[in-house]
Design a binder for this molecule. Structure first.
Ligand code: NI
Length: 149
């Protein structure tokens, strides 16, 4: 494990109170863990600001499958960019609605463009790209959280 660096943070009482409330609500075990997560989130965000960076994330879509040809169009878009699509999970949510979670990986600009196109398709009721990262941002992460592998 790399060296542990300690530093203190000053902020006014009101901000600190709100921060502690947020920590409790989210269930963080400590201020340090909350700050580490915030820093990592910013580092991931920064990675995505480089359009040529290798990026990974998920696109979540909810759509009405009664809209004519919508399922086919969404599938077609993914086939056209198959090098960016790692996997797709489809859930028949209700009689009318489908949920799709697409794992995307590739150049940040290409992944973002595909996500934008899918989300903007008529009939898609809700869509969001969750941008995450593979490596650099998480270096030195303490192993106190449970991971699948
Ligand atoms: Ni369905």
């Amino acid at each position: 494990m790399p060296d542990l660096v300690r530093f203190s943070v000053s902020m006014n009482g009101d901000l600190a109170t709100r921060f502690d409330r947020l920590i409790r609500r989210r269930g963080y075990p400590s201020r340090s863990e909350a700050v580490r997560d915030m820093v990592r989130r910013e580092l991931v965000r920064q990675e995505w600001e480089n359009p040529d960076a290798e990026a990974v994330g998920t696109v979540t879509l909810v759509y009405d499958h009664h809209v004519r040809d919508l399922s086919e169009r969404l599938t077609e878009m993914q086939h056209r960019q198959h090098h960016l699509v790692t996997s797709t999970t489809h859930v028949h949510l209700t009689h009318d609605h489908c949920l799709e979670v697409i794992v995307v990986r590739g150049r940040a600009r290409d992944v973002q463009a595909l996500a934008d196109k899918l989300i903007a398709t008529r009939g898609v009721l809700h869509g969001e790209l969750v941008a995450t990262a593979m490596g650099k941002a998480f270096q030195g992460k303490p192993s106190q959280k449970h991971h699948a592998h």
